[in-house]
Design a protein around this ligand. Structure first.
Ligand code: NAP
Length: 296
C-alpha cells in the first residue's frame, strides 16, 4: 500500500485526498488549521498534529497550498517539510506559485537528495472532487513515472512538460487564458446587456459557436443566476494575475489581456468580493458599464 502524506486541506486539497483514499492509498493529512481535517478523517484519512509526524514514513508527500507565503511557511521554514522529509520520499507540489519560490523548494529538496516535482493543476473544485484535474508537471522523467500511481487517481490527464520548473511555468501560461476568457465573457455580456439582448440567448449562441469555451458555459450560467459562490476564490485569481504579470515581465513578453483583467480583479476586490468566485471580476466589468447581468 502506498503511504501518502497530504498537507493542505483547502478546496482543492480535500477533493484530492478523497480520491487518493478511494483507490486504497494510505493517506495521512495535516492542515494549518482544523479546516477539512474531520472531513478527511471521516473519508478514511489519518490525521497528524505536525508536519514532521505527517511525513514520517511517507512514500509521497503532496500539497496544494494557497500561495508563495504558504509554501515558504510549510516547506521552507526552519522546521518545515524540506528539513523534515526523508530522502526516500517523493515530494509533489500541486500549488500555483511563482517560478522563483518553486525553484527555492527544488533547490532545498535537491540539497537533501529528495526527489521533487512541481505539478500544478488545471480544473477547479468540481474537477478536484471528481478526480478529473489536468496536471502539468516539471521534473525528472523517472520521478514522474514513479508518481503516476498518485497523480492518476486525482486527474484526467498528466502532462510532463519538461524539467523542474516547467510545471509552474505552464500553469501561468494556462491561467493567462483563464483570465482572458473571464474578461472576454464579462465584456461580451456587458455589451450584450447594454444593447438590450437577452443574455440567456447570448449564452445559447456562445455554447455552439466555433469560439465556444467550457468557461463561457459554466461561468456564464452562474453569472446570470447571480451566483458567485467560490470554487476558485477571486483573491487567488488576483494572486495568479500578479504572478503572470511578473513572470511575463522577466521575459519581456506582453500580457495585455491579463493587465486588463487585473484592473477589474483589483476593482472587484476593492468592492469587497475577494472571497467570492473569480468570476466576480465580471461583476466589476458590468458595474463599469452600469449594468447588472443577473436575470431578474
Ligand atoms: P484554499 O481553499 O484557500 O486552501 C488553501 C490551503 O492552503 C488551505 O489548506 C490553507 O490552510 C493553506 N494555507 C494558506 N496559507 C497558509 C499558510 N501561511 N501556512 C500553511 N497553510 C496555509 O485554496 P484552493 O482553492 O484549494 O487552492 C490551493 C492552490 O491551488 C492555490 O495555489 C490555487 O491557486 C490553486 N488552484 C486552485 C483552483 C481552484 O479552482 N480553487 C484551481 C487550480 C489551482 P487553512 O485551511 O488553515 O487556511
Amino acid at each position: 500500500m502506498t503511504r501518502i502524506s497530504y498537507l493542505g486541506l483547502g478546496t482543492m486539497g480535500l477533493g484530492m485526498v478523497k480520491n487518493l483514499l478511494s483507490v486504497g492509498h494510505d493517506v495521512t493529512v495535516w492542515n494549518r488549521s482544523a479546516n477539512g481535517v474531520d472531513e478527511a478523517v471521516v473519508a478514511g484519512a489519518k490525521s497528524a498534529p505536525t508536519i514532521a509526524e505527517a511525513v514520517r514514513g511517507a512514500d509521497f508527500v503532496m500539497y496544494c497550498l494557497s500561495d508563495d507565503t504558504a509554501v515558504r511557511q510549510v516547506v521552507l521554514a526552519e522546521d518545515g517539510l524540506a528539513s523534515e522529509v526523508s530522502d526516500t520520499s517523493i515530494v509533489i507540489d500541486l500549488s500555483t506559485i511563482s517560478p522563483e519560490v518553486s525553484a527555492e523548494e527544488r533547490d532545498a529538496f535537491e540539497a537533501r537528495g529528495v526527489r521533487f516535482l512541481d505539478a500544478p493543476v488545471f480544473g477547479s473544485k468540481g474537477e478536484a472532487a471528481a478526480g478529473g484535474l489536468w496536471i502539468v508537471v516539471g521534473g525528472e522523467e523517472d520521478t514522474v513515472s514513479q508518481s503516476l500511481p498518485v497523480l492518476e487517481p486525482i486527474s484526467e490527464t498528466v502532462h510532463h512538460i519538461g524539467p523542474g520548473g516547467c510545471g509552474v511555468r505552464m500553469k501561468l501560461v494556462g491561467n493567462l487564458v483563464v483570465a482572458a476568457q473571464l474578461l472576454a465573457l464579462g465584456e461580451s455580456l456587458t455589451l450584450a446587456k447594454s444593447a438590450g439582448l437577452d443574455l440567456s440567448k447570448v449564452l445559447d449562441v456562445l455554447k455552439v459557436t466555433d469560439f465556444r469555451s467550457p468557461i463561457f458555459d459554466g461561468v456564464g450560467a452562474t453569472v446570470l443566476a447571480g451566483d458567485y459562490s467560490p470554487s476558485f476564490a477571486l483573491k487567488l485569481m488576483q494572486k495568479d494575475a500578479r504572478l503572470i504579470q511578473s513572470f511575463a515581465k522577466t521575459l519581456a513578453a506582453p500580457v495585455p489581456s491579463v493587465d486588463a483583467a487585473a484592473g477589474y480583479i483589483d476593482a472587484a476586490i476593492e468592492a469587497g468580493w475577494s472571497e467570492e468566485n473569480a468570476s466576480a471580476l465580471i461583476k466589476a466589468v458590468a458595474a463599469d458599464g452600469g449594468v447588472s447581468l443577473q436575470n431578474s
